[in-house]
Each structure stands twice: as structure tokens, then as C-alpha cells.
Design a protein around this ligand. Structure first.
Ligand SMILES: Cc1ncc(COP(=O)(O)O)c(C=O)c1O
Length: 400
């Protein structure tokens, strides 16, 4: 069955506001099923995770379900799924831990296409041990990040490559599989930021060849937290700082303090929601997720084409990023208007379309947009043709 937007819209109380949401790349609206799962988990008998009492078992079960759900979403081993309060926090933690294995003169590669959370933690970790940072750059005209931009920098000293699955302003989707082949020939590790990609495409981190892959739940129907996945054997080689009484087991040793069971239950509900988003008679959650995401991708591509061509037809418009493979995201400026003015004008029409650098600071600076950036609009699963028309009508009104 095809993607049915009206069916899913009924599940999102936030849509009753009448707002048209083009700020999905910053965070999605949340279906009622996720809110209910959080509420249920926090109000049922709950204790610290263990297996002796019922309330302990409830917490234990939530954690097990969370890891399995993430495993199903991105094709990861549940035994290597790490919970984190945000992707930024996870990357800071892992960069510091992985940097303990580096020595002066070792090299890492970051890209200027990435959100700062997949750049700065690595740059700072490299500085702390005297490792060298190499920068892979995207093509300013097209927004493409060529595989050669990374492979040309690889050598026997390279220890890690940090790259995004999709740029959160330009939408560019680098060829991660090809990058992975090159990175692994050099015996380096590949750390992939899947925050902007995961809400828009079926994900298979093993097929992609990512050693580490992660994303944030609040971009795909879930609460404000994140997860990272890696092979348990790889995680076992990493010695992070931890409290003496806390477990050394993987993945728990990377999760500090008591876990937020209610948020984890919400994450599982978000993944279950995705698996049921498009009807099918498939039997496993993984197969249903893949099916839903493939159908969603088709739906979003149609709306994206409409939105992008409409924006490109505006007087005085500059759109940034024209990579062949992209998420449904347009980053643009209008001559004679500050991004903030466009943002405010649309907000008054109940159309959410923020402007800024969205922490893709290197992208904004490379494009000559300084730290101000541009307006960003993204298609979300609950976006409709009517929403796109409201956005385009508003922009036409502003520019006429
Ligand atoms: C591509 C990308 N990476 C990382 C992040 C940061 O994620 P978090 O807020 O979970 O730290 C964002 C947030 O906008 C993002 O779009």
C-alpha cells in the first residue's frame, strides 16, 4: 500500500494547531502513540532495572525493547546500541574515548558539510592528543561531497573519518558505502552522523559499512534523545571513563547514570509507529520499517519536487545545494530580505520555516553566508500539498 498522509496526520495532536511545519529538519511533531507510551512507562510500577521485582523487570524490559527497536530501524546489533541524551553528547563522549587510542601525528578526517556536532568534538579530541585534522570539502556549486574528497586524504596514519549521512542544510547525501570501502582499505574507522538522514530513508548501517551510526529520536517522531550503534566487539575495544561501581558490560558502560526509561519507551513507540505507518502484510518489524520508509521516501520526493521548483521560481531567489541525491530539504535566500524577515513573515502566516546556520556553521561560512545562513524548509511525513502551497503562496506574496 502507498503512503497515506491523511491517515497519519490524525495521529499528531500538534497538527490541530493549524501550523504548517517545514521545520522538520530541526525536529518533528510527535504522534499520540509516543506520548501515551511515555506516560504509561513513567506511571506504571517502575524501579531501577533488574530482574527481581516486577517494577525492576518493567524497566529491564523497556531497555531491552529499546535496543531491539533501534536494531530493527537501522539494522544494528541490539547488543551494540547505546542510549544518549543527544547526538552531540554521544559524539562528545565517543570522541574523547576513541581519542585515547590516538597518538601525536595520527590523522582524522572531518567534512565541512557536517553539523558542528560531528566536527568540533573530533577537532577538540584531536587537539588533546596532538592528532592532525584533515578537512574534506564539499563542492560549492553543487553541494556534492565527492567520495574522492575523503579518499584523497586517507593514508596509513588516518584513524577515523567522521561524515554525515546527509547534510542538515543542503540535504546532500554522500555515498557512504563508497566512502566506507575507501576508509576501511586504510584501516580507519567510519563514524556516521545519521541524524538528518534517518527520518527520510530506509537505513542499513551494515550495508552502508558504518562502524558507528547514530541519530536523534526527536527528528523522527520520538522524544528528545539519541542513540548510537556499533558492533559490540568494537565497543569492547573502547575503554571509556566510568564510575567504579557501574558495570563494564557493553553497551551499558557507555550510558552514564540511571537511564530515562520513559523516554526509551517513547523511542520504541516511535519506531513501532514508523513500522506501522504504511499498511503491509510483512511479518517482521524490520521489514515493515523498510517498507514504510521506502513508501515515505517516494511521497516526500514528490512534495519536495513541487516545493523546490516553486521556490526556484521566486524572483531574486538563491538556492544552495543541488546534489543529485538529497533529502527533501531546501536552503535558500531571497534578494532584498534577511532570512530572519522571511522566517517572521511566514511565521505570521502560521508557516514554520526558520532561518539560520542550523549549526552547519562550516557550510554557511563556505557558502559566504557567514554565521547568518539562510532559510531552511524541509518536508516531513505529515506535510501535504496544501502545506507546500501555503508556503509558496506566502513567499510569492512577500516577493511580489
Ligand atoms: C545532521 C545533524 N547532526 C547532529 C545534530 C545534533 O543532534 P542533537 O540535537 O541530538 O545533538 C543535528 C540537529 O539538528 C543534525 O541535524
Amino acid at each position: 500500500m502507498a503512503f497515506d498522509v491523511n491517515k497519519i496526520r490524525a495521529d499528531f495532536p500538534g497538527l490541530n494547531s493549524g501550523l504548517a511545519f517545514f521545520d522538520g529538519p530541526g525536529g518533528s511533531q510527535v504522534p499520540i502513540q509516543v506520548g501515551n507510551a511515555i506516560s504509561e512507562a513513567i506511571t506504571k510500577p517502575i524501579s531501577n532495572r533488574n530482574t527481581i521485582t516486577q517494577s525492576e523487570r518493567n524497566a529491564e524490559e523497556i531497555v531491552i525493547n529499546f535496543r531491539q527497536a533501534v536494531g530493527d530501524l537501522i539494522n544494528a546489533d541490539p547488543g551494540g546500541v547505546v542510549y544518549g541524551r543527544s547526538w552531540t553528547q554521544i559524539t562528545y563522549d565517543f570522541s574523547r574515548t576513541i581519542a585515547k587510542t590516538w597518538k601525536p601525528g595520527d590523522e582524522i578526517i572531518v567534512t565541512n558539510l557536517d553539523h558542528d556536532s560531528n566536527i568540533r568534538p573530533w577537532v577538540q579530541a584531536a587537539e588533546s592528543v596532538g592528532a592532525v585534522v584533515r578537512w574534506a570539502k564539499f563542492d560549492l556549486a553543487t553541494g556534492e561531497l565527492a567520495t574522492s574528497a575523503i579518499s584523497d586524504l586517507l593514508n596509513e596514519k588516518t584513524r577515523l573519518v567522521a561524515v554525515t549521512g546527509a547534510g542538515n542544510t543542503l540535504g546532500t547525501r554522500p555515498d557512504i558505502k563508497a566512502i566506507s570501502t575507501a576508509v576501511h582499505q586504510s584501516k580507519a574507522l567510519l563514524y556516521v552522523d545519521g541524524v538528518h538522514l534517518t527520518p527520510h530513508a530506509p537505513i542499513d548501517m551494515q550495508d552502508m559499512g558504518a562502524d558507528f551510526y547514530g541519530f536523534s529520536f526527536y527528528k523522527l517522531f520520538g522524544p528528545h534523545c539519541a542513540a548510537l550503534a556499533a558492533k559490540p566487539e568494537l565497543l569492547m575495544t573502547l575503554n571509556n571513563d566510568k564510575l567504579l561501581p557501574s558495570t563494564s558490560a557493553v553497551p551499558e558502560r557507555f550510558e552514564f547514570g540511571t537511564l530515562p526509561y520513559e523516554l526509551m519507551a517513547g523511542c520504541t513507540a516511535a519506531i513501532d509507529y514508523i513500522s506501522n505507518m504504511v499498511q503491509s502484510d510483512l511479518s517482521t518489524r524490520r521489514a515493515k520499517i523498510q517498507h514504510s520508509m521506502r513508501e515515505l521516501e517516494k511521497y516526500e520526493e514528490e512534495l519536495f519536487a513541487l516545493m523546490e521548483s516553486g521556490i526556484q521560481g521566486l524572483p531574486g531567489v538563491t538556492t544552495y545545494g543541488h546534489a543529485k541525491k538529497r533529502t527533501p530539504t531546501v536552503y535558500f535566500n531571497l534578494k532584498g530580505f534577511q532570512g530572519a524577515q522571511v522566517y517572521q513573515y511566514l511565521a505570521d502566516l502560521k508557516v514554520n520555516a526558520p532561518a539560520g546556520n542550523f549549526y552547519a556553521l562550516e557550510v554557511s561560512r563556505a557558502l559566504g553566508l557567514g554565521d547568518t545562513g539562510a532559510v531552511r524548509v524541509g518536508i516531513a511525513p505529515y506535510s501535504t500539498i496544501e502545506d507546500v502551497n501555503r508556503l509558496l503562496d506566502g513567499l510569492h506574496e512577500l516577493t511580489k
